[in-house]
Ligand binder design. Structure first.
Ligand code: DX5
Ligand code: ZN
Length: 228
């Protein structure tokens, strides 16, 4: 299929729903992504795990390429890997639209963010619940998205960590105070109830795995998160 680069991210005032492929049925990825698009998904969130940065292994560039070639949706790629710099070119070539890397990983963060944008992708920076905002603030003027993890990364289906809400509030305040325009994304334990709290705190991009792909009706689940 001819792949037209999806519409670049909406602005950070817009609510964005990004179902996580991690919760999909891996035996029929093309159909699952298509199901999410028809159910109202804005982005597709692809959770890449290397079994080293997190205690789980999910999938790599080949799956990103499969989704890129079989569906037309903005690909929000979350690299939970120790060496994002080493693998970056392969994820760019696979068709990622947004590439988010962890500040805790072993790389030169500014250089990686620069290379992501140089490769034509939007650049995201993620921090785990235990990581203070001070670790990412120096990069606020070099990102298109800040991902505040609301679970310890590695597995879907975990309980939302409300203590992250304070961090989201502070990040939104600093961003607005500096006139910056990056999205604030949350990931882990997001459903209509926890999404409402995250919107109030200042997040606009909701990553949801279990609560969307495993809902009885995915379209209703996405609408409930969007209108939370
Ligand atoms: C990191 C993963 C999960 C996943 C969302 O562990 O990023 O957070 O996307 O999983 P749910 O929505 O099932 O908590
Ligand atoms: Zn994720």
């Amino acid at each position: 299929m001819v792949h037209i680069k999806p519409v670049i991210p909406k602005n950070f005032h817009d609510r964005v729903i990004a179902p996580s492929l991690l919760a999909a049925d891996f035996s029929c990825i093309e159909e699952e992504v298509s199901r999410a698009i028809h159910a109202g998904a804005d982005w597709m969130h692809l959770d890449v795990m290397d079994g080293h940065f997190v205690d789980n292994i999910s999938f790599g560039p080949a799956i990103v390429q499969t989704v890129h070639e079989t569906n037309d949706i903005y690909l929000d790629v979350h690299l939970m890997i120790s060496r994002p710099d080493h693998y970056l070119q392969r994820f760019i070539a696979a068709g990622s639209d947004m590439i988010t890397v962890h500040v805790e990983a072993e790389h030169d963060v500014a250089e990686t963010l620069r290379r992501i944008r140089e490769g034509g992708c939007e650049a995201g920076l993620a921090l785990n619940p235990a990581t203070p905002l001070s670790a990412v603030e120096p990069f606020f003027d070099q990102i298109d998205l800040l991902l505040c993890m609301t679970v310890v990364p590695g597995f879907g289906g975990q309980a939302f960590m409300p203590e992250v809400l304070e961090k989201i509030k502070t990040a939104a305040k600093i961003r607005d105070g500096k006139g910056l325009t990056f999205h604030i994304e949350v990931d882990g334990g997001i459903d209509a109830v926890t999404a409402a709290r995250c919107y109030t705190a200042g997040a606009n991009v909701m990553v949801a795995g279990s609560s969307t792909f495993r809902a009885p009706d995915m379209a209703i689940a996405i609408a409930e998160i969007r209108n939370a």
